[in-house]
Ligand binder design. Structure first.
Ligand code: URA
Length: 204
């Protein structure tokens, strides 16, 4: 017995794009990942946050920034007065890249080829959402959003005009903060990230 087909989302909508991305095989990463983790948020969001790629928990749940990095992000943006439900949150790369180690799956950084392949989806998300402010978290997001090889520390914490309609704000990735072993350094870097999010709130 055949399963009735899902009603198709109208072409050109976010739902149609999400459905297309769910079947993406543009690069080899889809083969090992559980599912495509597409962006999430209102169609008319004015602010888009871009991370690197889904992690272990995102790969399983199918939603961006729901694991440890997402919890830290939620906490800091909430303190800064930003309501996550108003944001469109997505990643530069939509599949989890990892190496199995025993029972664990160890995150691997996506390479530039993978970032370039996946930029296809990021560009389509941006074309549909048309955010006024784009927040790049980490070097991978920065590379995906700008063609030039800018160093994160040179552009961090500044509002950069992309064109007349759009502003780019660059900050670190919350996972970076979680990985800093030295407690004092971690607290300092966390304080800088909090300042960055306050600046984002003022730009909104
Ligand atoms: N790190 C990311 O870059 N994105 C996620 O969705 C989760 C962790």
């Amino acid at each position: 017995r055949s399963i009735p087909a899902e009603p198709e989302a109208p072409a050109g909508t976010l739902e149609a794009l999400r459905a297309e991305a769910a079947a993406c095989t543009r690069c080899p990463l889809h083969a090992k990942a559980t599912q495509t983790v597409f962006g999430e948020g209102p169609r008319d969001a004015e602010v888009m946050f871009v991370g690197e790629q889904p992690g272990d928990q995102e790969d399983i749940s199918g939603r961006p920034f729901v694991g440890p990095a997402g919890r830290l992000l939620d906490q800091v943006i909430t303190e800064a007065g930003i309501d996550r439900s108003t944001l469109y949150v997505t990643n530069a790369v939509k599949h989890f890249k990892y190496e199995p180690r025993g029972k664990r799956r160890i995150h691997q950084k996506p390479n530039m080829g993978e970032v370039k392949h996946c930029r296809w989806w990021l560009n389509l998300e941006m074309a549909l959402i048309k955010p006024k402010l784009i927040v790049a978290m980490g070097a991978t997001a920065l590379a995906a959003l700008t063609d030039t090889k800018q160093r994160l520390q040179d552009v961090r914490g500044k509002a950069i005009a992309i064109d007349e309609e759009r502003t780019l704000f660059v900050t670190v990735h919350p996972s970076y903060l979680l990985r800093i072993p030295d407690e004092r350094l971690r607290a300092e870097e966390l304080a800088r990230f909090r300042e960055d999010m306050l600046m984002v709130q003022r730009l909104m």
